[in-house]
Design a protein around this ligand. Structure first.
Ligand SMILES: [Zn+2]
Ligand SMILES: [Zn+2]
Length: 437
């Protein structure tokens, strides 16, 4: 649940306003069993809410829930313009549609590769590859210091949707020598380079080609590249693809509305899927985390109105297990296997059938070398991930690495100082006002 604040000359700029789900309100209770959790949780924004008049803008880097999910619930506390690119703006509009503030929020749609002055900040949007369309890194400049904020990213030269990763864009930053690079740490414990969406398409093609019954693939709805890959695989293997699950329908609609969906790739109507020969069916379903009420859960327990799985069908998990969901996923998988359904998970597949959207050590090393910031500030991960990210920065000859905690203030000028616990932080439950507001 990301919420970053950059300050200069009594003005603040917020970058991302995310939510997390089914989490305890005390961070100390994370990963513990039998603790009370809330359905939707965000960072406590009291610090900036108390100086709302100093907040000059909110930037959303990309449309993942941990970066955008709390904005509909919290915007009324900030009341300032939201800056984002087209795909993310469409996701946000559809979220705001269900709130009472839909007409009030000013959304400024920014072009990738453009630059805007927001208060005393000069912000440049730098398109970067991730696991959904239209992700952006930011260069935030002030007269005294500058920050390269990577947001979530990986190096992907065949991302299926957006332009391939452009090293030149980031090599060009070294001439500014950003004061700090604030960088994604999610996969900093993993050696090598991240896997491309293009490799994943090939792996899915090989896996699906070998099947003779129905094929059901479960993946994250926001991964439009994966959906496009699967639609192409369906064509190549003589199958009709259909989408089951609300979030998939929503993302497909957004991908069409924003020009990301290739017109020639057709989706079959779900009502037809039950009448097709099994070897002509490719279902993409929500529920990769074992959610009983998602489409895959219903398909597994025989309560889905459009289809029922049988022995000889294959379920492919084109996704990772998010920590905390292992038990639910295992229950779903064993239920499917009892029915005689073949289950292929990304961890035990000989082919690449899932690609993470975050940088491994090789990606991090490349980026630090290209940008050459004075200071590395690892974020977006648990402490061990941030320490691993800092180690890569040190190996790439970045002079200073600062690993902090939520609520720390990193002063970049005139001297570099980290003030621990400068801001009171915590978590709040936004389950209710997410729906009402
Ligand atoms: Zn993300
Ligand atoms: Zn994220």
């Amino acid at each position: 649940m990301n919420m970053n604040l950059y300050g200069h000359s009594d003005n603040w700029l917020m970058v991302d306003c995310g939510a997390t789900f089914k989490a305890p309100l005390d961070a100390g209770d994370d990963h513990k069993e039998n603790v009370k959790t809330c359905d939707v949780v965000s960072a406590d924004p009291s610090f900036i809410e108390n100086r709302q008049e100093q907040l000059c803008g909110i930037i959303i880097t990309h449309a993942h829930e941990d970066h955008i999910g709390a904005l509909p619930a919290l915007w009324a506390r900030f009341k300032c313009p939201v800056y984002t690119t087209a795909f993310t703006a469409e996701v946000l509009r559809r979220k705001l549609y269900y709130t009472a503030i839909a007409e009030e929020v000013t959304i400024v749609v920014v072009e990738p590769n453009s630059q805007l002055d927001i208060g005393p900040f000069t912000v440049s949007w730098l398109p970067i590859t991730h696991s959904l369309p239209d992700a952006q890194a930011l260069l935030i400049q002030t007269p005294v210091a500058s920050v390269f904020h990577t947001a979530d990213w990986k190096i992907d030269f065949n991302p299926i949707t957006d332009q391939p990763f452009q090293p030149a864009l980031f090599k060009a930053l070294s001439k500014y020598r950003p004061t700090a690079m604030v960088c994604d740490s999610t996969n900093a414990l993993k050696a090598g380079h991240s896997v491309s969406e293009g490799d994943c398409e090939l792996g899915l093609l090989r896996t699906i080609k070998a099947q003779t019954g129905r094929v059901i693939v479960t993946c994250f709805g926001s991964n439009v590249a994966r959906l496009i890959s699967l639609a192409r695989v369906a064509e190549e293997t003589g199958r009709y693809m259909t989408l089951l699950g609300r979030s998939l329908d929503n993302m497909y609609g957004i991908a069409r509305a924003t020009g990301y969906w290739p017109d020639e790739l057709k989706i079959a109507h779900r009502r037809h899927i039950g009448y097709l020969p099994k070897h002509e069916v490719l279902i993409v379903a929500t529920g990769s985390q074992g959610e009983a009420r998602a489409a895959l859960g219903k398909l597994a327990n025989g309560t889905h109105r459009d289809c029922e799985l049988e022995a000889g069908d294959t379920v492919i998990f084109s996704a990772i297990s998010i920590p905390g969901n292992e038990v639910a996923i295992e229950k779903l998988v064993s239920g499917l296997r009892e029915k005689g359904v073949t289950v292929i998970q990304s961890s035990d597949s000989p082919h690449t059938i899932h690609a993470s959207g975050h940088p491994c050590q090789g990606d991090l090393h490349d980026m630090y070398s290209w940008v050459n910031p004075h200071i590395a500030v690892p974020v977006h991960g648990e402490k061990e991930h941030m320490i691993a990210n800092a180690k890569v920065a040190a190996e790439a000859n970045i002079a200073k690495q600062l690993v902090g905690k939520n609520g720390d203030l990193f002063q970049l000028a005139p001297q570099v100082v980290v003030i621990n616990h400068a801001v009171q932080v915590g978590r709040i439950d936004i389950t209710e006002n997410k729906a009402k507001n």
